[in-house]
Design a protein around this ligand. Structure first.
Ligand code: GLU
Length: 485
């Protein structure tokens, strides 16, 4: 048997991090078994589905390298892979079920359904279709349809007994049939609901394993019923735990960024995000935390997906991202920083800056802020920043003047600059930090920067000395009088 799996996102809104998470497990499982991973677009919600959203799904999954073997954009032997292009197929299957007696036409109006719902709520019953049309003679319903009444097709679901099935992650799962509604399969506009389209396609596309988020598990009895009445072999069910916010609720925009585009725009590396997502549901031998997709594939098995709801921990993601950033060759990092501002800068200068910030980048979009002082002339900082807690203004003025004089006479390379500044601190009988800090603030405007010697080297003599002059002038200027009201 060839393993065939799919993800089936609905193109509504921003592509979700959960889609990538489920895609990763599906794709890894398919490829581990020499099978195929499909992308199917479930765009039967005609109001909410958009082409832009579909394109974002392609782009975001492509960005992550979670590419598919068959899909709407690349085709394949089981296409079309967009449900809006398969509407005829669903209609045919739904009417086929009516002919078999496994489904029925229903002409209940919205008003009637609303009245039923209200009565159920008043009686504290779970809302469900009351079976009105199921119990009418078919000729009666036919008459209404012929007279122009709008209709839907509903699935006949048993009202007693249990639906039992095996789930790879959760073991045996049991639902009482009387909890399951007579699901609408075909809507009044002739379009299918998720349940019908999903099952028909999974069958026709020869899907062997349904690996999807656990939020769909309550739909599974309806799907099992459909497989049964169609007379088809159901796939292996594998419901993976939902990603969770820190408070363990289902991951949500309000508490956690969920859009894959956000992660891309922030400058998370795609390989880091994929590694992080893998950690959310799967453990490598010896709990190794950094690994490649190929290494994951070697050790992955759907039996080993962790059942506990993984918490999407941004600090952990930042850590993983940091690991990947530190590992990149500097030229590659410079290339990846291009869209984050580096593309607009002199490549030779970028090449010198990158090694200085490589250890300090949390995400690629930190580039602008971390490197701003290498560009432009004037720095904006308060004179007070130059003066350490235990220092006086005259102390610092003295240090800056002496540093300026020393640096002006030093060959401009990091090693020499460091040696001479350290010697100067010794001569002035102060700790290295007491001299370095005001120099650092003077040339960068900040108290935290890459190592001072290398920063000076990259800034260059002229600019460094000019900034020291500006700092000396800043300290000499009388402090601004407080504004009078
Ligand atoms: N269209 C569903 C979704 O948006 C597919 C769920 C499934 O995989 O069955 O995720």
């Amino acid at each position: 048997m060839t393993v065939r799996v799919r993800i089936a996102p609905s193109p509504t809104g921003d592509p979700h991090v959960g889609t990538a998470y489920v895609a990763l497990f599906n794709r890894t499982w398919a490829h581990k078994n020499g099978g195929q991973f499909l992308l199917r677009i479930e765009d039967t919600d005609r109001v909410r589905s958009t082409k832009e959203s579909e394109k974002m799904i392609f782009d975001s999954l492509g960005w992550l390298g979670l590419t598919w073997d068959e899909g709407p954009d690349i085709g394949g032997p089981f296409g079309p892979y967009r449900q809006s292009e398969r509407v005829e197929t669903y209609l045919k299957h739904a009417t086929g079920l009516v002919e078999k007696g496994a489904a029925y036409y229903c002409t209940c109006t919205a008003d009637r359904l609303e009245a039923v719902r209200k009565a159920q709520a008043a009686a504290k019953l779970a809302p469900r279709y009351d079976g009105h049309c199921r119990n009418l003679p078919a000729t009666e319903v036919r008459k209404q349809i012929d007279a122009g009444a709008p209709w839907v097709i509903r699935l006949k679901v048993a009202s007693d007994g249990e639906c039992r099935f095996k789930d790879v992650v959760r073991g045996e799962v049991v639902f009482a049939w009387d909890q399951i509604d007579d699901q609408i399969l075909l809507k009044s506009d002739g379009w299918p609901t998720y349940h019908l389209a999903n099952v028909v396609d999974d069958h026709l596309m020869e899907i062997t394993h349904v690996i999807r988020a656990e939020e769909w598990i309550s739909s599974t009895p309806k799907h099992i019923k459909l497989y049964e009445v169609f007379g088809w072999e159901p796939p292996v069910w594998c419901h993976v735990p939902l990603l969770r916010n820190k408070d363990r609720t289902k991951i949500s925009k309000r508490k956690n960024p969920t859009s894959l585009r956000w992660y891309e725009e922030q400058g998370y590396l795609p390989e880091a995000l994929v590694n992080f997502l893998a950690l959310m549901g799967f453990s490598m031998p010896e709990n190794r935390e950094i690994f490649t997709p190929a290494e994951m594939q070697e050790h992955f098995h759907i039996d080993r997906i962790n059942a506990g709801g993984p918490v999407f921990d941004m600090e952990k993601l930042d850590w993983v991202n940091g690991q990947y950033i530190r590992k990149l060759p500097a030229e590659e990092l410079a290339r990846r920083l291009g869209p984050f501002g580096a593309a607009g800068h002199d490549p030779a200068l970028v090449a010198r800056i990158v090694p200085l910030i490589q250890d300090r980048l949390r995400v690629l979009s930190d580039y602008k802020d971390l490197t701003a002082f290498f560009f432009g002339d004037a720095l904006a900082y308060e004179a007070a920043t130059l003066v350490g807690k235990k220092q006086t203004v005259p102390d610092v003025q003295g240090h800056l003047r002496a540093a300026r004089e020393t640096l002006a006479a030093t060959p401009w390379d990091a090693a020499a600059l460091e040696t001479r500044l350290k010697e100067l601190a010794a001569t002035r009988n102060v700790k290295v930090g007491e001299l370095f800090m005001p120099v650092r603030v003077a040339v960068t405007g900040r108290t935290a920067t890459p190592p001072l010697d290398r920063t000076l080297e990259v800034l260059g003599r002229e600019r460094s000395l000019a900034r020291l002059d500006a700092a000396i002038a800043k300290l000499a200027a009388p402090a601004k009088a407080p504004e009078t009201p």
